[in-house]
Design a binder for this molecule. Structure first.
Ligand SMILES: Nc1nc2c(ncn2[C@@H]2O[C@H](COP(=O)(O)OP(=O)(O)OP(=O)(O)O)[C@@H](O)[C@H]2O)c(=O)[nH]1
Length: 571
C-alpha cells in the first residue's frame, strides 16, 4: 500500500493540515512538513484517534440535544390480582383530583387522567388490568412508564399478582408495589413482603430495591407517599418528550357515539397534537375536528403525556394501536391503504418467519452473544412447578440463559400467549391442557406452546434446546394439486392455465411437475395469478395461471403438485 502524505490524510479525514499536524505533535510523531509521508501504523493510529474523538463528540452532542428536550409526566398503569383494589385506587386518585378543583367540575372519560401534586403531574391510565396493557405492548407501543402493582395486604401475593409482575416486566415498565387495604385489622405488610420475596422481589425494607408502599384506597392513607414514589422513580428514569416533534402516541380507547360519531381517546407521547391535524392509527385515519381533555375542556392542542378524546376518525381505531401525525389527507389515505393491503397479504400468506417452537426461537437468536429463552411455565401444582423451576435453573449454560417470564399454576391462558408474543417467548405446560382457544391464539401469533405429561420430557426438551443438540428435521407436506388445462405463450413466459383439483396451491410452495405420474421437473413458482391479480394462494375448484421458475415445456394434462417443508416436532 502506498504511504500516505500528511496533506492527503488531512483531506481524507476532512480536516486542515494544521489541525492534523497538531494531532501528530500531540502523538509525538516526527515530520518535516505537511508533505511528509506517514508510516502505515501511524496513519492507522491517527484515524483511530480521530474516529474516537468524533464518536465522543457525537455522543456529547446527542446528550446535549436530549437534555434540551423538556421532561414529561410519567404514565402509570395500575395492575394486580382481582379484588385487590385497582379500581378503588383509581377512584380515590380521580376523586382527590376533582376535590382539588372547584366542586362540580365535570370530568370526561378520555382513557387517562392527570393527578397534579406539588412534586409534579402523574398520568394514570384509566383502565386497570394487564391484558389490555399487554395487548397494547404487543402491538409495539409502549404506553406505561411505571406499573403500580396493587397487592391486598390481607390476601398477599396471588396468581394474578404474579401475572401482573410478569406482564409489567415484559413491557419494560418500572414496578412499584402498593400494599393495599392497610385499614383492615387483618392487613399484614409483612405478608406482602414475604410473598414478593418468594417471587424474587426484595422490598427496600429488606435491603432490596423494590418500593412497597402501604396504602388504603378506602381511606387514602399512604396514597400521597405512593404518588411521591412514582415521581421519584420517574425522575430517575429521566422521561423526556419533545413538544415540537410530530405528534405520536397510542389509542387508549375508541367507540361510536350515536350522536357524536367516532370518539377515540389518544395518549400523546411525543409532540403536540392540534385540531386540524391528520393522524393515522393502524388502518384508520382521521382529521382531528375537536379535542376534549379529562376535565371536559375543549382544547386546540395538547402536548406529551396528555390524553384527549378526539372527534374525526371515520371508523374507530383499535385500542392499543400507535397513532402518528401525517401531513395531509393524501398521506393518510395512502398509508392506511398500504397497511390494509399488507394485512390482507399476510392473512393469505402462510406464516413465515415466525418462530414455531423453541428451536426456532434459538435459531432466530443465532449470532447474538448470549441467547436467552423467554419461557412461561404452567403446571398443575405448586409442587411440580417448583420442581421444574429448580431443574431448569441447572440447565442454563454460559451461552443460553433461561428467563422465566412467569411460572404459575393453572392452564396457559390467552394472556400468557400475549405475554409470550410480546417477549418473543415460548409456553411450556405440564399436567395441564390449554383450552382450544388458547392453542388457536398461540398458533395465530406464532407462539410456541408445548404440553407435557412427564416432567422429564419437558426438561429434556429444554435441555436439548439449550445444548443445541437438536437439529430440525423436516418432512414434506403435500398442499394440493392442479391440472394443466391450457398453455399460454406470453411475452413474460409460458403460463400454465390450471384448475386446482385438490387442496391448494400457494405462491411459496415447492412445485413438482408430473407427467403420467412421473416427475419431470421440480422447483419454485415465479408467479401465481387469478384472473389478472397476483395472489398468495388458490384453493380447490378455482382456475389460476402459473409461471414456473425455469420450466415452460407444459402439456395439457400435466399435474402440478404443491408441497412445503414443515418441521417435524420430535418427541
Ligand atoms: N377495607 C378496604 N377495602 C378496600 C380497599 N380497596 C378496595 N377495597 C374493597 O375491595 C373490593 C375490591 O376492590 P376493587 O377496587 O373493585 O378491586 P379491583 O382490583 O379493581 O377488582 P377487579 O376490578 O374485580 O379486578 C371492594 O369491595 C372494595 O371496596 C381498601 O383500601 N380498604
Amino acid at each position: 500500500m502506498a504511504k500516505v502524505r500528511i496533506y492527503q490524510l488531512a483531506k481524507e479525514l476532512g480536516m486542515s493540515n494544521e489541525e492534523l499536524l497538531e494531532i501528530l505533535d500531540s502523538m509525538g510523531v516526527e515530520y518535516k512538513s505537511h508533505a511528509s509521508t506517514l508510516e502505515d501504523e501511524t496513519a492507522a493510529a491517527v484515524k483511530e484517534l480521530i474516529g474516537e474523538q468524533r464518536l465522543a463528540e457525537e455522543a456529547r452532542k446527542a446528550e446535549e440535544a436530549r437534555k434540551a428536550i423538556p421532561h414529561r409526566a410519567p404514565v402509570v398503569v395500575i395492575m394486580g390480582h382481582v379484588d385487590h383494589g385497582k379500581t378503588s385506587l383509581l377512584d380515590y386518585l380521580r376523586k382527590s383530583r376533582i376535590a382539588e378543583k372547584e366542586a362540580g367540575g365535570i370530568t370526561q372519560h378520555v382513557g387517562a387522567f392527570e393527578v397534579k401534586t406539588k412534586g409534579g403531574t402523574v398520568v394514570f391510565i384509566d383502565t386497570p388490568g394487564h391484558e389490555a396493557f399487554t395487548s397494547i405492548r404487543e402491538r409495539g407501543a409502549k404506553v406505561a412508564d411505571i406499573a403500580v402493582i396493587v397487592v391486598a395486604a390481607d390476601d398477599g401475593v396471588m396468581p394474578q399478582t404474579r401475572e401482573a409482575i410478569a406482564h409489567a416486566k415484559a413491557a419494560g415498565a418500572k414496578l412499584i408495589f402498593a400494599a393495599n387495604k392497610m385499614d383492615l385489622p387483618q392487613a399484614s405488610l409483612e405478608k406482602v413482603y414475604q410473598g414478593l420475596m418468594k417471587e424474587g422481589i426484595v422490598p427496600v425494607a429488606y435491603g432490596g430495591e423494590a418500593e412497597v408502599l402501604p396504602i388504603s384506597a378506602k381511606t387514602g392513607q399512604g396514597v400521597q407517599d405512593l404518588l411521591e414514589t412514582i415521581l421519584i422513580t420517574a425522575e430517575l428514569e429521566d422521561l423526556r418528550a419533545d413538544p415540537n416533534a410530530e405528534a405520536t402516541g397510542v389509542v387508549l380507547e375508541s367507540r361510536i357515539d350515536k350522536q357524536a360519531g367516532v370518539l377515540a381517546s389518544l395518549l400523546v407521547q411525543q409532540g403536540t397534537l392540534k385540531v386540524g391535524d391528520y393522524v393515522v392509527a393502524g388502518e384508520h385515519w382521521g382529521k382531528i375536528r375537536a379535542m376534549t381533555d379529562s376535565e371536559g375542556v375543549r382544547r386546540n392542542q395538547t402536548g406529551p403525556s396528555t390524553a384527549v378524546q378526539v372527534l374525526g376518525f371515520s371508523e374507530p381505531p383499535s385500542a392499543g394501536t400507535a397513532f402518528e401525525w401525517v401531513p395531509d389527507q393524501v398521506a393518510a389515505k395512502e398509508i392506511t391503504e398500504e397497511r390494509r393491503l399488507e394485512r390482507e397479504a399476510r392473512e393469505v400468506a402462510p406464516e413465515v418467519g415466525r418462530p414455531r417452537n423453541i428451536a426456532d426461537l434459538l435459531r432466530q437468536m443465532q449470532g447474538s452473544e448470549q441467547k436467552e429463552i423467554n419461557l412461561i411455565l404452567r403446571a398443575d401444582t405448586q409442587g411440580s412447578l417448583e420442581a421444574i423451576q429448580q431443574i431448569l435453573s441447572r440447565e442454563q449454560s454460559e451461552e443460553v440463559k433461561i428467563n422465566l417470564l412467569l411460572a404459575a399454576v393453572g392452564a396457559p391462558s390467552e394472556s400468557d400467549v400475549l405475554l409470550a408474543s410480546t417477549a418473543n417467548g415460548a409456553i411450556l405446560s405440564f399436567g395441564v391442557t390449554p383450552a382450544g382457544s388458547v392453542k388457536k391464539m398461540a398458533e395465530q401469533k406464532g407462539v410456541p406452546l408445548q404440553s407435557f405429561r412427564i416432567i422429564y420430557e419437558l426438561i429434556d426438551e429444554v435441555r436439548k434446546m439449550v445444548r443445541g443438540q437438536r437439529e430440525p428435521v423436516y418432512k414434506e407436506e403435500i398442499l394440493g394439486q392442479a391440472e394443466v388445462r391450457a398453455v399460454f405463450k406470453l411475452s413474460s413466459g409460458v403460463v400454465a392455465g390450471c384448475m386446482v383439483t385438490s387442496g391448494k396451491i400457494t405462491r411459496n410452495a415447492d412445485i413438482r411437475v408430473l407427467r403420467k405420474k412421473q416427475e419431470i421437473w421440480k422447483g419454485k413458482i415465479h408467479s401465481l395469478k387469478r384472473l389478472k391479480d397476483d395472489v398468495r394462494e388458490v384453493a380447490q375448484g378455482f382456475e389460476c395461471g402459473i409461471l414456473l421458475e425455469g420450466f415452460s415445456d407444459f402439456q395439457e394434462g400435466d399435474v402440478l403438485e404443491a408441497s412445503q417443508r414443515v418441521e417435524v416436532v420430535q418427541e
